[in-house]
Design a protein around this ligand. Structure first.
Ligand code: NAD
Length: 270
């Protein structure tokens, strides 16, 4: 158990990728604060990890509100006495609009959660990490934070590039406090929200075009990467973006492997 008795906050832990992260960190021995806008969802996940509430608690917070993030840190300290790990997972999708149709309201909502929310959560937990002389922050970014994602809109891409900037800047600024800051950049994660958004047929077509490993990521597979970066094994790693994307950032999907094979066969035949 790599995270035995460490205390981890997971924002947006009430469903999807955040739920997968909470389950893997709990399996590795961490005590978990499941934080979500939706308290029922957070409670469902926390009580399925530990019905007694000794090793997992649920906290309601809107991470785009500073007072909520301060209360989140306070409640975690009251329950567990320390904060070792912050996983900034909560995030919202973009506007589903082309650039000229993105409204100010949309822009503020996406940047408010995906970028400002991470700043507020970090500000809320850094004093506790500084006091104990060590900490791990893992931001759930996206491959859209490394390269623009054509399946999303400009507000989402910009917000995830902000996560990349926050990760690198905080890694540098907090290094002398022994607080490591890294990001995990998922490609497609197969969550209930994605299943509702795109039909199986559409998902398969997207996978063939863009994912060399031929499938979407499971929520727990994001958790495995987070668990490593949050562990003592990653003490020398900071400021990094780890893509968990089945190879999507290579730029080509599995359907182009046939083209490569055919080309090689033709060359061998000559
Ligand atoms: N699903 C994907 O394919 C995918 C791909 C790349 C990156 N990501 C990133 O992974 C993270 C999780 O994505 P997901 O697909 O699991 O999302 P999801 O929509 O399934 O779950 C997000 C959770 O965050 C909570 N949340 C939303 N706004 C909040 C706020 N202001 N304060 C607190 N909680 C809030 C929601 O209630 C929900 O429980 C996000 O940062 C997302 O951008 C997802």
């Amino acid at each position: 158990m790599e995270l035995k008795d460490k205390v981890a906050i997971i924002t947006g832990g009430g469903q999807g990728g955040g739920e997968g992260i909470a389950r893997v960190l709990a399996r590795e021995g961490a005590r978990i604060a499941v934080v979500d806008l939706n308290l029922d969802a957070a409670t469902r996940v926390a009580s399925s990890i530990d019905p007694d509430g000794k090793r997992a608690i649920a906290i309601r917070a809107d991470i785009s509100k500073r007072a909520d993030t301060e209360a989140m840190a306070r409640q975690t300290l009251e329950a567990f006495g320390t904060i070792d790990i912050l996983v900034n997972n909560a995030g919202v999708g973009g506007a589903s609009a082309l650039v000229c149709d993105v409204t100010e309201e949309n822009w503020d909502r996406v940047m408010g959660v995906n970028a400002k929310g991470i700043l507020f959560c970090c500000q809320a937990v850094i004093p506790a990490m500084k006091a104990q002389g060590k900490g791990k922050i893992v931001n759930i970014d996206s491959i859209a934070g490394i390269r623009m994602a054509y399946f999303s809109s400009v507000d989402y891409t910009a917000s995830k590039h902000a996560v990349t900037g926050l990760t690198q800047h905080l890694a540098w600024e907090l290094a002398d406090q022994r607080i490591n800051v890294n990001a995990v950049c998922p490609g497609g994660i197969l969550t209930p929200a994605i299943e509702a958004y795109a039909s199986a047929e559409k998902r398969e077509a997207l996978i063939r075009r863009t994912v060399p490993l031929g499938r979407f990521c499971k929520p727990e597979e994001i958790g495995e990467a987070v668990s490593f970066l949050a562990s003592d094994r990653a003490d020398m790693i900071t400021g990094q973006m780890l893509a968990v994307d089945g190879g999507t950032l290579t730029g080509y999907g599995e359907d182009l492997r046939a083209v490569l094979r055919q080309r090689l066969q033709e060359e061998q035949a000559h």
